[in-house]
Design a protein around this ligand. Structure first.
Ligand code: NAD
Ligand code: TYD
Length: 358
């Protein structure tokens, strides 16, 4: 059996592909357009693995995707592909509309056509799993209950609005055409291979480089953090047992203010890799201008996935962040390659033309 994963060279997608191949005997066709966020070095350990088929391409490509589906006959599609950084969406929303909305629309159309022609039981067993975010629900005030699956959609950034639009398309393709879809709305992830434009990896990388640690506004914005491997296990569980048409919120029950996150990382680095001058890394913290429209608080109520599918995160924030800091300390080459842009040459160097072949 085969699954098609989109966006599998990004942060969460590459963790998912690595976990999937380690835990099942199925083949993964990995379709990724290798935007700045796609890094095949994350998958270097799979270079000789015949069960990993990498294809460089766009989910919105109406020739390539149908050809891939016809060739590989996947039993499921897991859609991670998206532009994912809120700050970039503020500077350039067009890419988010194109990749996240138009791309998902086109992918749904390609999948609908493939699925429609499947014979029983492949047709009823097929699943399209759309990976989304808690940011579609908007911002909570202190004391508000956490987001449930029935919370109103109130996206505030171009990123969250584009994800909300894609969620609506996925929902409509189920209700109108019967496509067996599943949607997961997950809180902020962190862990290995996280691109250092996002808060946690940026702080680790900047701290070690002696740079400032930029905290937006007052640093009291709250996010609900989940270790990336726990997100991967939740997606596996939803794919296996989720009910078509349903959405599942995924979270780590770890609400933390940004400033506390930054201080925790500084404390870990103080013990694991003390500064040469003996001063604390927290001295590098700098409060900077706030992000426009900055959502104040996200919090996920993850009781449905626990009740219905028996999923719970394995990591606490304390264990997950310790693993993450340790990973960045022992993968300085990965960081250096990302910072130099060297990872972008990896496709040509390591995969040659095979990486672009359908
Ligand atoms: P990422 O930016 O690290 O990776 C995205 C990947 O998708 C990249 O490899 C990129 O090349 C690829 N991609 C983008 N547009 C594409 C297109 N049109 N066709 C093919 N490939 C394309 O993102 P991430 O943090 O790994 O997030 C993955 C998914 O999970 C996204 O859909 C995101 O909205 C969702 N999500 C992320 C978080 C988080 O905290 N990072 C939390 C909840 C949900
Ligand atoms: P980020 O990792 O970009 O994820 P998201 O915006 O999707 O939640 O940011 C997490 C939080 O950290 C968010 O409240 C913005 C804040 N932040 C900073 O304070 N400084 C930074 O340099 C970055 C990148 C984010």
């Amino acid at each position: 059996m085969t699954i098609l994963v989109t966006g599998g060279a990004g942060f969460i997608g590459s963790n998912y592909v690595l976990d999937w191949l380690a835990q099942s005997d199925e083949t993964v066709v990995n379709l990724d357009k290798l935007s700045y966020a796609g890094n095949l070095q994350n998958l270097a350990s799979l270079q000789d693995n015949p069960r990993h088929v990498f294809v460089k391409g766009d989910i919105g490509d109406a020739s390539l995707v149908p050809a891939l589906l016809a060739q590989h006959q996947p039993r499921a599609v897991v859609n991670f592909a998206a532009e994912s950084h809120v700050d970039r969406s503020i500077h350039g929303p067009g890419e988010f509309v194109q990749n996240n909305i138009v791309g998902t629309f086109q992918l749904l159309e390609s999948v609908r056509s493939y699925w429609g022609a499947l014979a029983a039981p492949a047709k009823s067993d097929f699943r399209f799993l759309h990976v989304s975010t808690d940011e579609v629900y908007g911002s909570l005030h202190k004391g508000d209950p956490a987001f449930t699956e029935t919370h109103t959609y109130e996206p505030n950034s171009p990123y969250s609005a584009s994800k909300a639009a894609s969620d609506h398309l996925v929902r409509a393709w189920h209700h109108t055409y019967g496509l067996p879809v599943l949607t997961t709305n997950c809180s902020n992830n962190y862990g290995p291979y996280h691109f250092p434009e996002k808060l946690i990896p940026l702080v680790i990388v900047n701290a070690l480089a002696g740079k400032t640690l930029p905290v937006y506004g007052d640093g009291q914005q709250i996010r609900d953090w989940l270790y990336v491997k726990d997100h991967c296990s939740a997606i596996r569980r939803v794919l296996e047992g989720g009910k078509p048409g349903e959405t599942y919120n995924v979270g780590g029950w770890n609400e933390k203010a940004n400033l506390d996150i930054v201080r925790t990382i500084c404390g870990l680095l103080d013990s694991l890799k003390p500064r040469a001058d003996g001063k604390p890394y927290a001295d590098q913290i700098a409060f900077v201008t706030d992000r426009p429209g900055h959502d104040r608080r996200y919090a996920i109520d993850a009781r449905k996935i626990e009740r219905e599918l028996g999923w719970k995160p394995a990591e606490s924030f304390e264990t997950g962040i310790a693993k993450t800091v340790a990973w960045y300390l022992s993968n300085q080459d990965w960081v250096a390659n990302v910072q130099s842009g060297g990872y972008r040459d990896w496709v040509a160097t390591q995969y040659g033309s095979a990486a672009t072949a359908a």
